[in-house]
Write a new protein. Structure first.
Length: 317
């Protein structure tokens, strides 16, 4: 059963009627109503296109958080061959909020990593809803240093509400771990590409998204703090999250205009959760094109271009 968002109710009603008519049509002795089914389906499809053509920033936030969107492990399963996961930070322990390892992308060896939110209650608890602790970011540093040592590109999938804010995480040096992961990204001598596939929240996202190329799915968000947290800070009222989402300019189109991201990956009509295979394939093509931009460049040039890219942000606004 499809999970509809609140603003998708008109589409849900139409698709519900289509489903009812199809059951009636397929039932034994059912009347021939294929034309009515086709008419209603066309109307539902058009309503979906119209709705997603004018989403507000808050509605995009809801789409970015949709539980049915493909997650990092879905992208790895579809795009990465011979994937070998690596666990642990070699300092404290394993954090399954960030998954990563070695594999092949389009025939080339790569290091891949990303936040994993989980797809059901059990896996969400296992992966802590994609909110990494310090050991998760130290594992990311370990993977980045491995990539640098063996000359492998890095692909990162970003999908987190933010780093885990628990007392234990702070005691183990959450801020320092995030800073070191960001620094490792900047010092990497091979090309790295980051893709915001859902939520890109705060330093928890930046830690693995400080890349030569930052790509973003059409209905993803990338923000310094969640709209709810920002509304609480600005207006002392988390109910004004929709106002905060609009004011903060967190959508792909705004961030592309400001030069924070490099490219937008179009999603299927209705969002990546409706046709995840199409979204993943489009993401694979975009990653491939981004990596090819750096073919033949030496480590110093790759670092210089990455550094200049981030230094240029905000200079020409």
């Amino acid at each position: 059963m499809k999970a509809y968002l609140d603003f998708e109710k008109p589409v849900a009603d139409l698709e519900g009627k289509v489903a009812e008519l199809k059951v009636l049509e397929d039932s034994e002795g059912g009347v021939g109503i294929s034309e009515e089914v086709a008419r209603l389906q066309a109307k539902a499809d058009q309503a979906l296109r119209d709705l997603y053509a004018r989403l507000t920033p808050w509605q995009k936030t809801q789409v970015a958080r949709h539980p049915g969107r493909p997650h990092t492990l879905d992208y790895i399963r579809r795009l990465i061959e011979d994937f070998v996961p690596l666990a642990g930070d070699r300092k404290y322990g394993e954090d399954e909020a960030i998954v990563g390892g070695l594999g092949r992308f389009r025939g080339a060896s790569v290091v891949v990593m990303g936040h994993e939110k989980g797809s059901d209650t059990e896996s969400r608890l296992k992966h802590n809803f994609g909110m990494a602790r310090p050991e998760g970011y130290r594992k990311a540093v370990r993977l980045i240093e491995l990539a640098d040592r063996f000359g492998l590109p890095v692909i990162a999938f970003v999908d987190t509400a933010g780093a885990y804010p628990g007392v234990g995480a702070e005691e183990r040096g959450q801020a320092e771990a995030i800073a070191r992961a960001t620094d490792a990204c900047l010092m990497l001598g091979t090309p790295n590409v980051a893709v915001i596939i859902g939520e890109g929240g705060s330093g928890g996202a930046v830690a693995i998204a400080t890349a030569n190329r930052v790509l973003m799915l059409e209905h993803a968000i990338y923000t310094v703090a969640s709209p709810e947290a920002s509304a609480s800070i600005l207006w002392h009222d988390s109910a004004r999250a929709a106002d905060a989402a609009t004011a903060m300019k967190i959508t792909a189109s705004d961030l592309k205009r400001f030069g924070v991201i490099d490219a937008i990956i179009a999603e299927p009509t209705g969002g990546a959760h409706r046709k995840p295979d199409e979204a993943i394939e489009a993401t694979g093509r975009a990653i491939d094109a981004a990596l090819k931009e750096f073919a033949g460049l030496d480590a110093d040039e790759i670092r210089r271009r990455r550094r200049e890219k981030f230094l240029a942000m905000g200079r020409n606004l």
